[in-house]
Design a protein around this ligand. Structure first.
Ligand code: GLU
Length: 421
C-alpha cells in the first residue's frame, strides 16, 4: 500500500482517536456527564445514494454523506471530500474536528463535514459536475447559509463550489452566495481563500519558532502532500526564509539538501513530483523520516503511526492535514519532545478565511486581500497564544490544550442554551 492511501479501517481509527482526544480534554475540564454524552455523538448524519449517468451512457450509484456534529455555536461548517475511501466514520471524525477547530479560533460556527466515495481523478469534468449537482440536491435538506455551509476539502476546489452554489440557488430561485465558501471570485468568493490553510500553517510555524527562540531563516522544511495546503505552506515558508528540502505527492517526492526551487516546483506540470529535475526522488516513507527543522504533513490522515514515529527526525511538526498523526504516534512524539501543533489550530486558516467570505457575502461588502491577510494573522496569533498558555499552565501537549480551548467554548454555549427536552 502506498503510504499516502487509506485503509478501510482508517476512518474508524480516526474516529476513535478524535473521541479519545476529546475524552482527555473533557477529563481535564471536568466536563459534566450529560455534555460529554452529547458531544461524543453527531447531531445529524445524512447518507444519500444517488445515480449519475456517466459519459459512456451507463448509470452508477454513488454514496455521499453530510454530517453535522454540533451546531451550538452557529451553523455547521466544513469541507466536502471526494475520495474513493470516504467512510461514514471518517466523515464523522472530520465533522467533530471542525467543531473544535471553529471553537479554537473562536469563529461562530459548529462543525460539519461531507464527502462522496468516488475517484475524481478518473472522472471527466462533466461527470464531476453531474455528481456535484445531484449530491447538492440530495443534501440541500440540511445545508444553507444559516444551517450548514460546505467548502473545499481533499478532491474538491473552487470549480466544484461554483456548481454547488448554482445547484442550490437554482432550487431556491435566487442567488444564495452564503451557502458555500471557497467559491470563485466571480461568484462572490473572497480574495485570499485559495491557499489560506497553507498560509495559516506558515504563520503558525513562525509563531512556534518565535516561542522556541529559533530562526526561520535557513530552517530545513519538509512538506508531505503538495496539494492546496502543502503548496501554499511551502511557498509562504520559503518567503519567510525557510529552506524547502523535500516535498511529495501521492506517488513520491523530491529532495535537495541545499533547498528546492519552490517556484519551479509550482510550475512542474507532470503528473508526479518524482520526475522533478531539480532534486533526487524519494518515497513518502523516506520523506517523513528526513532530518529537518519543520515537518508539515499536508496530505491525508494516518500518515505518522507508531511504526514510523520513533524514526522521525523533525524538531517541529505542523499538521497541515486533518489527523495525519495517529494517537499512538502522538504519544511517542510527545515522549520524544517533538513540538506538534495540532490540525485544529495549525490548518484553521482555511476555515477562518471561509468565515471572512461568508461575512462578506452576508454583508454584500468586499475586502481587499491585505485586510483578509491582516485579520487572518491576528486570529492565528491570538489562537496560538491562547493554546500555548493552556499548554504551559497545565503542562500538556498543544493538542490537548487546543481541545481544551475548543471543548470549553462549545460546552459554555451548550450550558448557556440548556438541554431542550
Ligand atoms: N476543509 C477545510 C478544513 O478542513 C476548510 C473547511 C471550511 O472552510 O469550511 O478545515
Amino acid at each position: 500500500m502506498n503510504s499516502m492511501s487509506l485503509s478501510s479501517s482508517q476512518g474508524e481509527n480516526m474516529l476513535h482517536g478524535v473521541l479519545a482526544q476529546f475524552d482527555l480534554a473533557a477529563d481535564r475540564l471536568k466536563l459534566d456527564g450529560k455534555l460529554r454524552l452529547v458531544l461524543r455523538s453527531c447531531k445529524r448524519e445524512l447518507t444519500v445514494h444517488f445515480p449519475i449517468v456517466m459519459d459512456d451512457g451507463k448509470a452508477v450509484v454513488f454514496t455521499g454523506y453530510r454530517v453535522q456534529h454540533n451546531l451550538a455555536r452557529g451553523p455547521g461548517k466544513g469541507g466536502i471530500r471526494y475520495a474513493p475511501d470516504v467512510t461514514p466514520d471518517e466523515v464523522k471524525a472530520m465533522a467533530m474536528l471542525m467543531t473544535w477547530k471553529s471553537a479554537v479560533v473562536n469563529i461562530p460556527y459548529g462543525g460539519a463535514k461531507g464527502g462522496i466515495a468516488c475517484s475524481p481523478n478518473l472522472m471527466s469534468a462533466t461527470e464531476l459536475e453531474r455528481l456535484t449537482r445531484r449530491y447538492t440536491t440530495e443534501i440541500s435538506l440540511v445545508i444553507g447559509p444559516d444551517e450548514d455551509i460546505p467548502a473545499p476539502d481533499v478532491g474538491t476546489d473552487a470549480t466544484v463550489m461554483g456548481w454547488i452554489v448554482d445547484a442550490y440557488s437554482q432550487q431556491r430561485g435566487f442567488y444564495v452566495p452564503g451557502v458555500v465558501t471557497g467559491k470563485p471570485l466571480s461568484l462572490r468568493g473572497t480574495k485570499g481563500r485559495v491557499g489560506a490553510a497553507g498560509r495559516g500553517c506558515a504563520l503558525i510555524a513562525r509563531e512556534t519558532f518565535g516561542y522556541l527562540g529559533k530562526e526561520l531563516q535557513g530552517a530545513a522544511v519538509v512538506v508531505q502532500g503538495f496539494g492546496k495546503v502543502g503548496q501554499a505552506a511551502a511557498s509562504e515558508l520559503a518567503k519567510y526564509g525557510g529552506k524547502i528540502i523535500a516535498v511529495s505527492d501521492i506517488s513520491g517526492g523530491t529532495f535537495a539538501s541545499s533547498g528546492l526551487d519552490v517556484d519551479r516546483l509550482l510550475k512542474h506540470e507532470k503528473d508526479s513530483l518524482i520526475d522533478f529535475k531539480g532534486g533526487e526522488s524519494l518515497t513518502n516513507r523516506e520523506l517523513l523520516e528526513l532530518p529537518c527543522d519543520i515537518l508539515l504533513p499536508c496530505a491525508v490522515e494516518g500518515q505518522i503511526t507508531e511504526a514510523n514515529a520513533p524514526r522521525l527526525k523533525a524538531k517541529v511538526i505542523i499538521e497541515g492535514a486533518n489527523g495525519p498523526i495517529t494517537p499512538e504516534a502522538d504519544h511517542i512524539l510527545d515522549d520524544r519532545g517533538i513540538f506538534v501543533v495540532p490540525d485544529i489550530l495549525a490548518n484553521a486558516g482555511g476555515v477562518v478565511v471561509s468565515y471572512f467570505e461568508w461575512l462578506q457575502d452576508t454583508q454584500s461588502s468586499f475586502w481587499e486581500e491585505e485586510q483578509v491577510n491582516e485579520r487572518l494573522l491576528s486570529i492565528m496569533k491570538r489562537s496560538f497564544k491562547e493554546v500555548l498558555n493552556i499548554s504551559q499552565k497545565e503542562k500538556i501537549s498543544m493538542r490537548t490544550a487546543a481541545y481544551m480551548v475548543g471543548v470549553d467554548r462549545v460546552a459554555a454555549a451548550m450550558t448557556a442554551r440548556g438541554i431542550y427536552a
